[in-house]
Each structure stands twice: as structure tokens, then as C-alpha cells.
Design a binder for this molecule. Structure first.
Ligand code: PLP
Length: 401
């Protein structure tokens, strides 16, 4: 882990465009010609390395982006998708069939939760949701029919940390596929290096970083990615969540600055988390000593990229949370918006937005309180100035004295 630097792995890949361009040429075709009919047949059978068939299966631009993301995660290969959900849902459908079972963290992205809880039972695939930080509870939930263990490295929105090495051991012992959504912690954490079998990202967030598109990726073994892309029974190929080449080319260019952005997001979030905690605000950030998994997470991350840009504060009530978010937006400190990884700070109240798929009783049980505000801290040049301005907003609303 210590000698695996994902940013260097990305940098070591060298691509040229068709005419010597410094960026690879964008493939602008849905279909590809073959010089011989025999090669077309072989390509359908999956036996013609380097030949393109049809862009729902693969395209040069998508392969370039996939290759860079596989290098970043240290997996054999990867397959990009049109959204994070377009990466997650085919993966789970490929790994499970009717009658089989999934053990999942209960604190996961709302869309993933809704898919597992409401959609998969239609196909007779059931999920047991567990507190992923309790390894004995995780293991006890495994049934003879369990196929997948699913979690997020740092969970949305409560920033719980999954102990990936220990989970990988449990998965191996019970012959399960460990699938980790690493959206919140690109570069900081390399789950495949700790034993995860499949690593997923919503590219929509940090990796693209400009809030101009949705995208996703599945990183894994060549065998697994081939199975997703199989023309006969591959969930990615047959369900069709294909990314467009123009978008994959633009995401690859944004990936070039990810390491610089992650350092700044982490630096700014650490600064604000420490200040807010000192001011007596209930603050959750994995970089704080007070975070229940601080020591664990410290041992998991590549310290260069820090503890990430996500933090939450609890201001006591939904009314106060809403008033604070509106005031901060008026003062141009960020946007009241879902999503994350933008240059500007984004904030939302998870209970009424990104986690609203989770029933209220379950929200309470997980500690998802009404006054919670989730922040994706931006790339602000002078974070001290931002802090002073945020503090003024809190004083005006009597959140701080
Ligand atoms: C946003 C998000 C997703 C879903 O990705 P989309 O690109 O919106 O489909 C999945 N997991 C996590 C952790 C996310 O934050």
C-alpha cells in the first residue's frame, strides 16, 4: 500500500492522439468496420483482442478512461458506465441470481439502498443491511446463499469507515465477492490493494470534479469485466448503461488534476472540521481524533491525499440547518445542492435529500439526525477567510454565540 501511489500509476500511462495529439483522439463512431468477415465473427465470440465491435460494448475513448482508472485502483482492468448507478446495478445483477443474497452496509448511498431494498426483491434477491463497523454482526448475517458483501469505504452521509482488510478476510472465508464503492475516497484509499474484489466509483463526484456530467466505473479482474461485457449474458452489455465517448474523453482530462484537487479538498475540510469542533459544534470528519474510526482510517489512507473533503455538522434542528444553508448560499460560500467533489462547497441536509429513500425510523437508528448538514468542502484558496464567513452566518442564526 505504501509504495503504491495511484497518482503516479495514472501519470505513467502515455496516450497519443491519432495525429500525435497530446490527448487521445475521441472515437466518434457507434460501429466499426472489419477487414474480414472472419474477424467480425471472432470478435462476437470474444476472441479478437484489440478489435472494436459496437460502442455499447467498448470504444477506444472508454477503454482509455477505463485503463487509467484501473491503474489508479490497481486492478487488472475496468469498465466505465454512464453513471455511478450504471456501474453498481449491473455489477450486483451479474454477481447474484434469483434466490441469492447480499450482505450490505446500511449506511450507503440512497440510490444503492433503494435498489437493494426495493428493486432486487422483485428478482428474488434479498439483502440484509448491517452496521458495517461491527465485524461480528457482518459475519453473522452471512447465509449459505450469500454471494456479495457490499460497502462504501467511507459511507454516505455518516462517514463511517469500513475496515476493508478485515471485510476481505470474511469475504474470502465465505467465498463472497467484496464490492467496495470508493466514491468518497479516490487516491486516498485503494480498496483492491486491501483485498476488495470489485471497486466502484461514481465518476460524477471527485474524479470528474466539475459537476457537469454523471459517470461511473467498475474496476476488477479481466474475467469479471469480461463477464459484464459478454454479448450473451453480460449485465453491462445487455442493460446498456454505456458512457458516451465525448464524455469519457472529458472525464479523462479532468482525472489529470485529481491528485491536486484531493489534497486541497482534504486540507480545507480538515481546517474547517478542527475549527468547528473547537467552537463546540458536533462535527464528524474522519481526520478528527474524535471520529470513532480515526485510527483505523489513518492506517488505511495514503497520507498525501488526506482524509477527504466530506464532513458533517449537526446544528440541532432541520429549521436551523435549512436557515444556515440558505444564508451560506446567499453569502456565496457554497451551493445548497446534492452531490460532491465540486470546486465550490456544496451542502445539503441528507435526511430530506440524498438519504430520503431511507425510512425515518431507520434514519434515526443510524444516527441520521434532523439537524445534520453534509458538506462537500470546495477548493477555496483562503479557507481561513471562508471559516470566518461561515462563523458569522452561524452567529447570526444563534448556532454559535
Ligand atoms: C453519487 C453516488 C453514487 C451514484 O452515482 P451516480 O453517478 O449519481 O449514478 C453511488 N455511490 C456514492 C457513494 C455516491 O456518492
Amino acid at each position: 500500500m505504501k509504495n503504491f501511489n495511484p497518482a503516479d500509476k495514472i501519470q505513467d500511462l502515455q496516450y497519443f492522439g491519432e495525429f500525435g495529439g497530446v490527448n487521445p483522439s475521441i472515437s466518434d463512431s457507434s460501429t466499426y468496420t472489419f477487414l474480414s468477415a472472419k474477424t467480425m465473427f471472432d470478435t462476437f465470440e470474444g476472441n479478437a483482442e484489440g478489435c472494436y465491435l459496437y460502442s455499447r460494448h467498448s470504444s477506444p475513448s472508454n477503454l482509455y478512461l477505463g485503463e487509467a482508472l484501473a491503474a489508479m485502483e490497481g486492478t487488472e482492468t475496468a469498465n466505465v458506465a454512464a453513471s455511478g448507478m450504471g456501474a453498481i446495478t449491473p455489477t450486483l445483477l451479474q454477481l447474484c441470481k434469483a434466490g441469492e443474497h447480499i450482505v450490505s452496509s446500511r449506511t450507503i448511498y440512497g440510490g444503492t439502498y433503494a435498489f437493494l431494498k426495493n428493486f432486487m426483491p422483485r428478482l428474488d434477491i434479498k439483502t440484509t443491511f448491517v452496521d458495517i463497523t461491527k465485524l461480528d454482526v457482518v459475519e453473522a448475517a452471512i447465509l449459505p446463499t450469500t454471494k456479495v458483501l457490499y460497502c462504501e469505504t467511507v459511507s454516505n452521509p455518516l462517514l463511517e469507515v469500513a475496515d476493508i482488510e478485515s471485510l476481505a478476510k470474511i469475504a474470502k472465508k465465505h467465498n463472497l465477492t467484496l464490492v467496495v464503492d470508493n466514491t468518497f475516497s479516490p487516491l486516498s484509499v485503494a480498496p483492491a490493494k486491501m483485498g476488495a474484489d470489485v471497486v466502484i466509483h461514481s465518476l460524477t463526484k471527485y474524479i470528474n470534479g466539475s459537476s457537469d456530467t454523471v459517470g461511473g466505473v467498475v474496476c476488477g479482474t479481466q474475467d469479471f469485466i469480461n463477464s459484464l461485457k459478454s454479448v450473451n449474458d453480460g449485465a453491462s452489455m445487455l442493460l446498456g448503461p454505456t458512457m458516451d465517448s465525448l464524455r469519457s474523453a472529458s472525464i479523462l482530462k479532468n482525472l489529470r488534476t485529481l491528485h491536486i484537487r484531493m489534497k486541497q479538498h482534504s486540507h480545507n475540510a480538515m481546517y474547517l472540521a478542527q475549527k468547528f469542533e473547537n467552537d463546540g459544534i458536533k462535527t464528524v470528519y474522519p481526520g478528527l481524533e474524535s471520529h470513532p474510526s480515526h485510527q483505523l482510517y489513518k492506517g488505511m489512507i495514503n497520507p498525501e491525499y488526506g482524509f477527504g473533503g466530506m464532513m458533517t455538522i449537526d446544528v440541532g434542528s432541520l429549521d436551523k440547518a435549512n436557515a444556515l444553508m440558505e444564508l451560506m448560499q446567499n453569502r456565496n460560500l457554497g451551493y445548497l445542492a446534492v452531490s460532491l467533489g465540486f470546486y465550490k462547497t456544496l451542502f445539503s441536509a441528507p435526511g430530506t435529500s440524498t438519504s430520503s429513500e431511507i425510512p425515518l425510523e431507520e434514519q434515526a437508528e443510524m444516527g441520521l439526525t434532523d439537524g445534520l448538514i453534509r458538506f462537500s468542502i470546495g477548493l477555496d484558496n483562503d479557507i481561513e477567510r471562508t471559516y470566518q464567513m461561515m462563523k458569522d452566518c452561524m452567529k447570526e442564526l444563534s448556532i454559535l454565540n
